[in-house]
Design a protein around this ligand. Sequence first.
Ligand code: FAD
Length: 449
Amino acid sequence: MRIVIVGGVAAGMSAASRAMRQNPEADVVVFERGEYISYGACGLPYVLGGDVDSFDDLIARTPGQMRSRGIGVRLRHEVTGVDAKAATVTVVDHDSGRSAVEPYDKLLLATGVSAIRPDWATTDLGGVHVLRDIPDGQAIESSLKDASAHGKGRAVIVGGGYIGLELAETLHCRGLSVVIVEKAPEVAGRMLDRDYQQRVRAELEGNGVEIRCGTSVEGLTGKDGRVTGVQTDHGLIRADVVIVAVGVRPNTGLARVAGARVGKTGAVAVNTRQETAVEGVYSAGDNTESLHRVTRRKVHIPLGLTANRMGRVAGVNMAGGDATFPGVVGSSIFKTFSLGAARTGLTQTEADELGLRAVSVDVSSTDHAGYYATAKPIYVRLTAEHGTGRLLGAQLVCNNHESVKRVDVIAALLHGRGKVQDLFEMDLSYAPPFSGVWDVLLVAADRLS
Ligand code: FAD
């Protein structure tokens, strides 16, 4: 049994480990075109910000550790073709320049996503970056050192999604003045409803980040090979460093060549066992779509837990076991400065767009008992289906960033198609340093029921 895995980060390495555990006799080989495997890309902003000491700390398992478990790892090996009829892949070794044809019994495409680089961002100018992997992080680190060597620099982040917002804090803490340029009317993308986006924006502006929404980038200016500015439809913004964080695109090229179906979401379509439409070919991770358990629609929400879980399911199945991926409920969370923002399920805006009869309640309270010294205001929007009381989603924002992690209570209920009354009846933990006796989620459920 030869299992070939393309891509060696979250989905690929989870699959490799699980496949070996399921069938220790299997010959498992991972081809990774980059120089690193098995690392937490989610930690990249925190290395740049100094909360994590080095990029190496993000590496969960080295190639040596994986090989000692019997997993073949080939770095700087890019899979450039798939012949699903012959059950082979073509692999180019970027060190020797040689290409080889490798057979498989089961093939996993765990190729992730690529950062979108609009035409204006395709440039040789130094100081212009995307952030997807460790080499991108190292390149940003070196630009930040250059910028600080020339005094207080200025960073322009193009894109106000969660990666842009995490980086705004990072770059500010590194002593740069930070401008976020966002085409949409607000930051935080489609993650939150408008008024919750505005709370995020207020936090950034309160910390001195300049935000220019409703602004499109048209080009870059440069001098002596380095970027000097960002040209927008509202004028030129001086810049020493530019981060392009305008979204990602699933890497579906190999899946298409193999004959797999790509869904309307733009990501690879699979069944619950992570099998594509092509016999023996699986897909998992950021390149793959999943089922949204609230809407029962296919979605592409590229996040870390989803990638690890899909990889695990694919690994078990490729090695002869039987596992299924349960789908997602659209949970995500981020921090910028002291503010945490989280959502799960649907926002009111999303529910409206889907034509659902949704109703929301807003509660502002404190995250700890009101009299407790570190209590901070917390804002919760709870959304449910009108008439049935079925929970549809929640959004939380709080300046004690860890307090928004209580969103997971709602995520758990959404998995079981829970109702507002189910939430209200829950025996949630209480002590003054953690919440009021009636936690803000219970207050929201009470008001909505
Ligand atoms: P990837 O990590 O993209 O790995 C795919 C690998 O496949 C790459 O190494 C690539 O080189 C390789 N590859 C592609 N094509 C080929 C080929 N033809 N041949 C060989 N190799 C190939 N998620 C969260 O849930 N929470 C967070 O807080 C969070 N923060 C993030 C912050 C940043 C800055 C970034 C970049 C991501 C963050 N994510 C977060 C997303 C999370 O990191 C991803 O969901 C996860 O890494 C996806 O893993 P993956 O294995 O599917 O894809």
